[in-house]
Design a protein around this ligand. Structure first.
Ligand SMILES: Cc1cc2nc3c(=O)[nH]c(=O)nc-3n(C[C@H](O)[C@H](O)[C@H](O)COP(=O)(O)O)c2cc1C
Length: 123
């Protein structure tokens, strides 16, 4: 949990970037009521650097989009992000859960405005 990853690939460079940034923006579509495998694969690579990452208390913004606007479908992701935030000692800035956003044209303007506002307020 606090060493060197045995995987030798470009993710090691990305981890160095994560360790030298203040902000992390984690973005995913909802796939079968969870995060995408692509984002999960990135999060899984935090493992061998956990202490270094937790010590940074990174400011995190989550953005997830999906077709569903039923809160029951979003419950697992909301809980996952809560638990991840606690475990990784992230400092959550905000989260955008873009509901009813199955295609780009369906995205409610309020989510785009919220993303703009979050970006404009970053220090
Ligand atoms: C494999 C897969 C699983 C999906 N699962 C869900 C789901 O559980 N709930 C939902 O509302 N939408 C689901 N969708 C719809 C996507 O969340 C939505 O269309 C998303 O914006 C697609 O993003 P993408 O084009 O980057 O894959 C799924 C789409 C795919 C391709």
């Amino acid at each position: 949990m606090n060493g060197t990853c045995i995987q030798k690939d470009p993710m090691n460079d990305l981890i160095q970037d994560i360790l030298s940034t203040d902000y992390l923006v984690l973005v995913s579509p909802m796939y079968y009521f969870g995060l995408s495998a692509q984002l999960k694969a990135v999060i899984d690579r935090f493992y061998s650097h956990t202490s270094k990452i937790t010590n940074r208390h990174l400011k995190v913004i989550y953005i997830v989009a999906a077709m569903s606007d039923d809160d029951r479908d979003w419950a697992a992701i909301e809980k996952h992000l809560d638990t991840l935030t606690d475990y990784m000692q992230f400092n959550e800035v905000d989260r955008i859960m873009a509901k009813g956003a199955g295609e780009v044209y369906m995205i409610d303007k309020k989510y785009l405005e919220k993303a703009y506002k979050i970006g404009a307020e970053l220090k």
